[in-house]
Design a protein around this ligand. Sequence first.
Ligand code: ZN
Length: 99
Amino acid sequence: MTIDVQALAQHDLSDDCPVCRAQDVVTMALVPAAAAWELANELPRFSVALHGAAHLLGVMLEEGVARADIESVLAELLDDIEAGISEDAMMGGPPQGSA
Ligand SMILES: [Zn+2]
């Protein structure tokens, strides 16, 4: 079985786009869960987030997905996220540390 990682990252522009739904699950469930695990286990901030992300991708490696494919689609996703962050900042979000 070949897994098309690139296809996993393509929005299909439908109302129930699987990419948007996956992102919602991550935002609502995984991000706060990782932060809670870090706090509860007195681990450095983002340690569970970083290793959680790496190990989830490691499972894909174990399943035979090529590392180069994972790295290239991950770079695209991070580009999108970064673009979203600067968009949010331009929409008048409070600058960090302005409180
Ligand atoms: Zn989408």
